[in-house]
Design a protein around this ligand. Structure first.
Ligand code: SAM
Length: 219
């Protein structure tokens, strides 16, 4: 193995130990997926080992790839099971969608920027992931034609919980979404308990770029 590969492997292992396990990520399936998935493929413009830094990083179109801890926490909270059909809103680099796919789900991911959708498709191909369909559009009202979803992950910050997203959950499924003002939000989990009941919990502060669209902020 070359020096470069060695550095990347060490950075990835340090991410798992220092950023994820130490901060309380307990889902071994999520940890195993993130220990294998090459995050550097999703941020090709930064030095490879830096892809594992403990922070969100800029990607094109003024957007970001989320901090590794946030990706792990959202994946854990989504409680993905093999065979699930998951909707992601906010493809960005494609990394979060890749983690969900490697957990065994089939993913539809919606991105409002055409250029990001195109590069995310390339990243996913380069990582050998075929179970993610990336579509361009406003995902803030979900994707009713594919509902009910076994889980919905929104990776951009909404001013409130869009009603269509609750309605598009299967019974027993979860919506994970950052909700709040533009500068800081709360990570909220909404679980559908029955046709008419939803249970909400707050999982701590996060900072995301805004969800822009019909169910989000004005553009
Ligand atoms: N999940 C991404 C990843 O793993 O790299 C990070 C997503 S980034 C924090 C948020 C993304 O949401 C941006 O790419 C942004 O363009 C997208 N976005 C914002 N509003 C949207 C909307 N209404 N529909 C679809 N995508 C949206």
């Amino acid at each position: 193995m070359g020096d470069r590969d060695d550095r990347i492997d060490r950075a990835r292992a340090a991410m798992i130990a220092d950023q994820l396990r130490r901060r309380g990520i307990r889902d071994e399936r999520v940890l195993a997926v993130m220990a294998e998935l090459p995050r550097e493929v999703f941020v090709p413009d930064v030095p490879a080992a830096s892809a594992y830094d403990d922070r969100a990083q800029p990607i094109d179109s003024g957007q970001t790839i989320s901090q590794p801890y946030v990706v792990a926490r959202m994946s854990e909270l989504l409680a993905v099971e093999p065979g699930d059909r998951i909707l992601e809103v906010g493809t960005g680099s494609g990394y979060q969608a890749a983690v969900i796919a490697r957990l065994g789900a089939t993913v539809r991911s919606i991105e409002r920027w055409e250029a990001l959708a195109a590069s995310a498709r390339e990243h996913l191909r380069a990582a050998g992931i075929s179970d993610v369909e990336v579509v361009v559009g406003d995902g803030s009202a979900g994707a009713p034609e594919g509902a009910p979803w076994d889980g919905i992950a929104v990776t951009a910050a909404a001013p409130g919980i869009p009603d269509p997203l609750r309605e598009q959950l299967a019974v027993g499924a979860r919506l994970v979404i950052p909700v709040g003002p533009r500068n800081v939000q709360e990570l909220v989990v909404v679980e559908r308990r029955s046709a008419t009941e939803w249970q909400e919990s707050s999982e701590g502060p996060v900072v995301f770029v805004p969800l822009v669209g019909e169910g989000g902020w004005p553009g």
